[in-house]
Design a protein around this ligand. Structure first.
Ligand SMILES: NC(=O)c1ccc[n+]([C@@H]2O[C@H](COP(=O)([O-])OP(=O)(O)OC[C@H]3O[C@@H](n4cnc5c(N)ncnc54)[C@H](O)[C@@H]3O)[C@@H](O)[C@H]2O)c1
Ligand SMILES: Nc1ncnc2c1ncn2[C@@H]1O[C@H](COP(=O)(O)OP(=O)(O)OP(=O)(O)O)[C@@H](O)[C@H]1O
Length: 288
């Protein structure tokens, strides 16, 4: 039998912090329902301040929330979860995703499953995955990504040229719309849409996938997570760097984006029954 690594669970859970999908004031009733369900199980719920403002309640900054609670709950879709994981990463909190989104590939629990999940949580019947994150830097900006870092052309009318180096040595030049550097978690996102491989999320590797390459020979690459990768923008129009589809940085000609594995993992709380291949089948029609 395969032994699951990364099975350290939370101890003595007393509280959780909730972050709601932005621009969704209609989530107030669902928030109150979630809060009541957790509080019936003696788990206090606190709300993050942007979410609280949205539904006219009192909240705490993400930093205060992370100091106060045992774990975080993202209520929304994959985008909300990506943002919660990225912004809370430095505080080392495990994150549970309650899915109110359209696809909800990363978010595990539905509202129907929540009462049973809370009972299981109280009885230590759940799991925590430790997922690889990547760390990047552009000029003086440093960032982390849970899904991917995309280096893209600025103008849709022209191609971009990007040179790639591993540990300082040139390994490839990309001509086309850009390149995606994905984590295994992100392998089922943009990477999948442009023909990259699906990589089991507990793997440690970078997936480097060209977007619309103007070449017959370009292929996605899977590389060891201890490599340091650098991408230099050769094009005189510069480029944009997009982190998890949400944060954008501009890069000029001859500037580089440096990427390496982050020095710790993101912790995702899941139902004990969660099976990656069942999620692939259910959400992305894997094997159908
Ligand atoms: N053409 C594309 O497929 C394309 C283009 C741009 C960005 N993206 C992806 O969107 C991600 C951001 O997601 P979002 O929800 O904030 O934006 P979004 O609302 O634009 O959604 C993109 C879609 O990808 C899904 N998704 C996100 N992460 C996933 C993952 N790890 N595995 C499977 N599906 C996933 C989302 O549920 C949604 O259906 C980026 O990290 C990037 O990978 C995809
Ligand atoms: N904190 C955030 N900062 C910036 N954008 C965000 C943030 N949270 C969510 N978004 C964006 O808001 C949009 C909708 O959010 P979300 O992805 O959670 O819901 P959805 O699209 O209904 O669900 P799914 O992604 O599962 O299909 C997404 O494009 C997401 O990237």
């Amino acid at each position: 039998m395969r032994i699951e690594k990364n099975i350290e669970l939370l101890t003595n859970i007393k509280s959780a912090g909730i972050i709601l999908k932005p621009s969704s004031p209609e989530l107030k009733d669902i928030y109150l329902e979630i809060k009541a369900l957790f509080e019936e199980a003696n788990i206090n719920i606190y709300l993050e301040d942007n979410s609280a403002n949205m539904i006219s309640l009192k909240g705490y900054s993400l930093e205060e929330l992370c100091q106060k609670v045992d774990f975080l709950i993202s209520v929304g879709g994959d985008g909300t979860l990506l943002s919660v994981v990225r912004k809370s990463f430095k505080f080392d909190k495990a994150v549970l995703g309650i899915n109110l989104g359209t696809l909800g590939f990363l978010t595990d629990i539905s509202m129907e499953q929540l009462p049973q999940f809370i009972e299981d949580l109280k009885n230590n019947i759940y799991k925590i995955d430790n997922r690889m994150m990547v760390e990047g830097s552009v000029n003086l900006n440093k960032f982390v990504a849970f899904n991917d870092i995309v280096i893209s052309r600025k103008s849709i009318s022209s191609m971009i040229k990007i040179d790639g180096k591993i540990d300082g040595k040139h390994f490839n030049s990309y001509y086309g719309d850009g390149v995606i550097i994905s984590t295994p978690t992100g392998s089922t996102a943009y990477n999948l849409s442009v023909g990259g491989p699906i990589v089991y999320p507990l793997t440690e590797a970078f997936i480097v996938t060209p977007v619309a390459p103007h070449s017959l020979t370009q292929r996605p690459l899977v590389m060891p997570a201890d490599f340091e990768i650098e991408f230099k923008i050769i094009d005189n129009q510069g480029a944009v760097v997009i982190v998890d589809g949400q944060d954008i940085y501009e890069v000029e000609q001859n500037q580089s984006i440096k990427i390496k594995i982050a020095n710790k993992k993101a912790k995702m709380i899941h139902r004990i029954q969660r099976n990656y291949f069942e999620v692939l089948n259910e959400k992305l029609r894997w094997g159908n």
